[in-house]
Design a protein around this ligand. Sequence first.
Ligand code: FDA
Length: 281
Amino acid sequence: MGLRQDLVYPIARRWIAGKDLSAGLAAAADANRRGLSALLNYLGEDLTEPGVAEEQTNEYLALQKAISDATADASVSVKLTQLGLLFDEALTLERLETLASGASILGQALWVDMEGSKLTDKTLELYLRLLEKHSNVGVALQAYLRRSEKDLSILLDRGAKVRLVKGAYREDRQVAFPSRQQVSENYSRLMRLLFDRGEGFTIATHDSRLIDEARQISASRGAKFGFAMLRGIRDELKAELVSSGYRVTDYIPYGDQWYPYSVRRMKEHPSNVWLLLRSLF
Ligand code: FDA
C-alpha cells in the first residue's frame, strides 16, 4: 500500500468493512445487531484477467457459505465485470447461475450491481436470462439514465426485483440527465412506477426528500419494499427508519480493492474532503 493509500485507509474504513471476508462478515453482524439487513459486495470491477474473475467468483461462493454458517441476515451483490463480462459473456452467465443457485439453496438473494452505461444492455440481458430460472435475483437500475423508464417498464413486465439508485458513474449528457434536480425528478418518477407495479423492490438512496416521498406513498399502498443505504452514510436515518418498522439494508463493501470505491464516496460529498484534509494535517 502506498503512502497516499496508507493515509486514506483510516477514513475509508467508514465506507468499507475492511480488507477480507471476515471483516465483511463482522460488519454484517454489526448491521444485524442494529436491526439492518446486510448486502455484501467484494470490491473489484472491470476485470480483464480470467484467473482473477474466477478467484472473485470463488470469493462470492465462500462468502455465501460464510453468511449461512454465521446465520447472518445478509446476501451478496455482484458486479458482472467481476465475473468476466468484459471478456466472456457466456461464462459470466454460467457464474451468475452458480451464485444464484448457491443463494437459493442457502435461502439468500443475489443482487446485480449496475455499472457504466456501456454495460447496461448486457447487464439487463444477462439479468433477465437469470430471472427465467431464478426468482431470488434482483438488479440495480440508475435513475440518472434517460433510458431507465423504458428499462423499468420491461423489467416490471418480467416480474424483476429492482434496486433503484441515482447512479454513480461519470456519464455523457446524451445518456444521463446532467442536473441533480433532473436526476431526483426521474428517481421520483421511477419510484412511483415501482410502487404502482413492483414487488420486493428497494429504494436505495440517502436523499431525505425521496425517502420521505417513499414513506408517504407506501402509507397508502401494500407494496413490499425496503430501503437501502451505503455503509457509513446516514446511520441515524437508518436507525430512525428501522424504529418506524421499515426494512433497511446496509450495503457493505469489503476487499483489498477498497481505494477506488472510497474515492468515489469521498467525491460525492464535500464534507468528506474536509475529513480527508483533517487526517492529513
Ligand atoms: P445524493 O448523492 O443526492 O445524496 C443525498 C444525501 O445523502 C446528501 O445530501 C448527503 O446528506 C448524503 N450522502 C450521500 N452520499 C454521501 C457520502 N458519500 N458521504 C456523506 N453523505 C452522503 N450506483 C450505481 O451506479 N450502481 C449500483 O449498483 C449502486 N448500488 C447502490 C446500492 C445502494 C444500497 C446504494 C445506497 C447506492 C448504490 N449506488 C449504486 C450509488 C448511487 O448511485 C449514488 O451514487 C449514491 O447513493 C449517492 O446518491 P444518493 O441517492 O444518496 O443521493
